[in-house]
Ligand binder design. Structure first.
Ligand code: GLU
Length: 423
């Protein structure tokens, strides 16, 4: 069977499955299979050498039955319209699962930001907002960071947006902002923190003791690095990492540390070198060896389609917690299911980012800010509620955790669309 590498197709497959199982009005799937609004723009940007380069950019507003659209903006050379559409669908589902008042949105600019100067990144960020600002707003569509974007990019977005809107201070139009611009404590680390909440929950269900578990993490970006940090804080030891390596044919290689990695050492090295390829306190292993290890817990926290059916056949783990969005192809998912691997799906496992974005938005409306303890206690509690609900749904319908997560989320979106009289 040919591998489904188009994540829009993968997302639609799962949505369709859930709609059929729930015997929903066919209009529900017809609405959810595409975003309600999509923008595709071309951004001419003045580069440092005086030339002008044109960048392709997108913003997809998938559904607003439950509230304003919400979701990140990524800068990546492979960004495409279909990818952004699929990612925005997954955002609708995350909000549906968490019972937060949002629909899904997602945006992206096709670029490799490591090749841009700070000034070029600023010019590009401002150009993006100029092209779509009429369709953004704290009650319309609320962007946030995603792959290769951060608080600095959100600051340019916010500044440009407010300029275009007569200097009106609508800081809740963006989340993932730096603290001085109305950001929330705990937002930067929220996705990784949430991955660990999900991991601990699943470990309890599967009787895995985190302290003796053999764990592998793929990726050391925002999600991978904070997942590693909070796993260590919870008494785990991490000996295996799979990292981005431009020189390897697969683009990946593995790192092994007998005594276990230190978060501080890895992040200090990464900050200086922008890569972990020659990280000195580890032995380099092949990515094939990484995928074949008998882990108790595997956390893919890099990019979509990392686990294809070829890789899935090598995998011998008990639990996979999806830190990235869409890291497993549908065919690989089937293989893993046949091999009894329990998978906590992306829309549940990595939903901590949008959850704390919601807290940031609430704090912006209040003008009153919480301490980190309050943020993380709320996050843990809200994610546990969602996890419990999904596990109960899996039992009730006798389906996988992924299928149960889709069912749980779609039920709520379907109810909102019906009440609004959309069908
Ligand atoms: N980019 C994150 C995600 O994929 C967070 C989005 C947000 O905070 O709105 O879930």
């Amino acid at each position: 069977m040919a591998e489904t590498l188009n994540i829009l197709e993968s997302a639609r497959l799962e949505i369709k499955k859930a709609c059929n199982l729930l015997k929903l009005n066919p209009a529900c799937y017809d609405i959810l299979k595409d975003p309600l609004r999509v923008m595709e723009t071309s951004l001419p940007v003045k580069m440092d050498d005086g030339s002008t380069k044109v960048f392709k950019a997108y913003r997809s507003a998938h559904n607003w039955a439950l509230g304003p659209c919400k979701g990140g903006v990524r800068f990546h050379e492979n960004v495409s319209l279909d990818e952004v559409k699929a990612l925005s669908m997954w955002m609708s589902l995350k909000a549906g699962l968490l019972n937060i008042p949002y629909g899904g949105g997602k945006g992206g600019i096709c670029t490799d930001p490591s090749e841009l100067s700070d000034r070029e990144i600023e010019n590009l960020s401002r150009a993006y907002i100029r092209s779509i600002y009429k369709y953004l707003g704290e009650r319309i569509d609320i962007p946030a960071p995603d792959m290769n974007t951060n608080g600095k990019v959100m600051s340019y977005f916010l500044d440009e947006y407010e300029k275009l809107n007569g200097e009106k201070q609508d800081i809740g139009t963006f989340t993932g902002k730096p603290l001085v611009l109305g950001g929330s404590l705990g937002r930067n680390e929220a996705t990784g923190f949430g991955v660990v909440v999900a991991t601990k929950f699943a470990c309890q269900k599967l009787d895995i003791n985190l302290a003796d578990a053999k764990i592998g993490i793929q990726g050391f970006g925002n999600v991978g690095s904070f997942s590693l940090k909070y796993l260590l804080d919870n008494g785990a030891k991490i000996q295996y990492l799979c990292i981005h390596d431009r020189k390897s044919p697969s683009g990946l290689s593995g790192l092994y540390s007998k005594e276990g990695f230190s978060y501080e050492q890895l992040s200090a090295y990464y900050q200086d070198h922008k890569t972990l390829v020659d990280f000195p306190n580890a032995v380099k292993i092949s990515d094939t060896k990484f995928w074949s290890e008998k882990f108790d817990i595997l956390i893919p926290a890099a990019i979509e389609n990392s686990i294809t059916s070829e890789i899935a056949k090598k995998i011998q783990v008990k639990l996979i917690v999806e830190g990235a969005n869409g890291p497993i192809t549908p065919e690989a998912d089937e293989i893993l299911k046949d091999n009894n691997v329990v998978i906590i799906p992306d829309i549940l496992a990595n939903s901590g980012g949008v959850l704390v974005s919601y807290y940031e938005w609430v704090q912006n409306q209040y003008g009153y800010y919480w301490d980190i303890k309050e943020v993380q206690e709320k996050q843990e509690k809200d994610m546990q509620t969602a996890l419990k609900r999904v596990f109960e749904t899996a039992d009730k319908y006798q389906v996988s955790i992924r299928e149960a997560a889709y069912i749980t989320a779609i039920k709520r979106i379907d109810e909102a669309m019906q009440l609004r009289g959309w069908y």
